[in-house]
Design a protein around this ligand. Structure first.
Ligand code: EPZ
Length: 419
């Protein structure tokens, strides 16, 4: 296992490039199961969740080639084994996305129940309810979902609550269903828009893309395409917070700022100077201490839960009081006790953290627990006095491509070492 060692106190300066979006790459990789021909995908990030997805696709009979120019050739058109095994699913919950595509293409699927994770119980009841409404027979036995269908049939789907991967599962299943499906209360995250654009380029007929009511007219087959995945708005947001917390000045390239309005608004509230161009965002704190900002997480286009931990870290050293309310997951505050061990003044009341900004944090030994909590510990280490060591950084590697290399490019004193 690896750990990160950070010597804090350096204001970040310089330019980096955003990688492709993890949360767009995963459903798009799974959509290769729907196609009769290979996909050639670019801008896919080199993260462990992507590697896990590729391992799963190969496990079931898919073919994968990493081209010399970085493009990924993915051919899942001839899969034989319609099983998403527990040994893979337990390492990545998004494996549930195998369900809708296998059902739509082959009328059969056996997918391990994902189980919970550090941030919550993460049920999949809404996925199963909606797939049953498309005509799937679904039974749960010995920790597995057994699903079958003699051809899915389009219908009106109403999601009781907004759910990202359930929306993605249904979009992909409905793409090859007979007739038309209308999904009401669909999630509107940019990663879903990217998936819909990729599916339409494969021959799907999805309309009202980017809204909460999606119409999908089923087609009989989908072809292979070349497609470049959108950039990762959460990665970009994380580095912007890294610049804010260290009172630095950075530019992030290869990112579309329109998908980050709620996050940029909060960064401006902390006192950051933000400049945006077509494909880049610049943040300059001009050496100022950030101001405290109140955060309430919600669904897109409101403030993303995936940026909550990062802003909690920022608030720990900001000037004043703040409240951070997590409305999406029931246990997404695993970073709070670790930040408190660095001297942060945080108290937890239900789903809200109350924070009083302190002048400085002190580096110490920390343990990463989940992807975004780990990112928040890195941000705290960048500003803490002395040395911070973060263990179990495999959590970080799930969603951040070479995080220490990008931070080094910005002047951070950070090393990855073997545990
Ligand atoms: C996706 O998770 C993302 N993962 C998460 O990113 C992100 O935090 C989350 O959406 C919310 O934006 C991927 O895209 C791979 P949900 P997902 O279904 O789809 C409840 C990261 O850090 N729910 O939108 O699993 C659920 O428990 C990760 O990159 C049900 O009750 O989240 C949660 O409280 C973490 N039943 C809420 O809905 C269901 O069947 C929203 O979850 C499904 C969800």
């Amino acid at each position: 296992m690896h750990k990160l060692i950070i010597n804090g106190g350096k204001a970040l300066k310089g330019e980096i490039k955003t990688s492709g979006s993890k949360n767009a790459s995963l459903p798009i990789l799974f959509s290769s199961i729907l196609a009769d021909e290979p996909l050639v995908l670019s801008n896919i990030p080199n993260t462990s969740d992507v590697s896990t997805t590729i391992r799963l696709l190969m496990d079931i009979g898919g073919e994968f080639i990493l081209e010399s120019n970085g493009d990924m050739y993915v051919d899942s058109s001839q899969i034989k084994n319609l099983v998403a095994d527990y040994k893979i699913v337990k390492t990545m919950r998004a494996s549930i996305l195998a369900l809708g595509v296998m059902l739509a293409k082959y009328g059969k699927a056996k997918v391990s129940l994902p189980g919970g994770c550090a941030i919550g119980t993460r049920p999949v009841n809404l996925h199963l309810k909606a797939l049953r409404e498309l005509g799937a027979e679904i039974e749960i036995k010995n920790g597995y979902i057994y699903a079958s269908a003699n051809g899915l049939v389009g219908t009106e789907i109403y999601f009781d609550r907004i759910t990202v991967t359930a929306t993605e599962n249904l979009i992909m299943a409905a793409s090859l269903a007979k007739g038309t499906t209308v999904i009401h209360n669909a999630a509107q995250e940019p990663e879903i828009t990217d998936l819909c654009k990729c599916l339409n380029s494969m021959g799907a007929k999805i309309s009202n893309i980017g809204t909460s009511t999606l119409t999908i007219e089923g087609v009989t087959n989908l072809k292979g395409v070349k497609y470049s995945v959108c950039s990762d708005r959460i990665e970009a947001g994380t580095y912007l917070v890294a610049a804010a917390i260290t009172r630095g000045s950075i530019t992030i390239n290869n990112i579309c700022h329109q998908s980050m309005r709620s996050v940029l608004g909060k960064l401006i509230e902390t006192g950051a100077d933000i400049k945006t161009k077509k494909n880049s965002i610049s943040l300059d704190m001009k050496g100022r201490r950030p101001k405290s900002v109140n955060i309430k997480t919600s669904t897109y286009p409101n403030f993303p839960t995936d940026m909550q931990a990062q802003f909690t870290a920022l608030n720990t050293i900001s000037d004043g009081y703040s409240t951070i309310t997590e409305n999406i997951f029931e246990n997404r505050f695993m970073h709070v006790p670790e930040l408190s061990r660095m001297g942060a003044n945080l108290s937890l009341e239900g789903n809200t953290v109350i924070c009083k900004g302190v002048e400085s944090l002190t580096g110490t030994n920390l343990m990463a627990t989940d992807l975004r909590a780990s990112a928040s510990l890195v941000l705290a280490g960048l500003i803490a006095k002395g040395t911070t060591t973060i263990e179990r950084v495999y959590h970080l590697d799930r969603g951040y491509e070479t995080i220490e290399e990008k931070l080094k490019l910005l002047g951070a004193d950070i090393e990855r070492v073997q545990d």
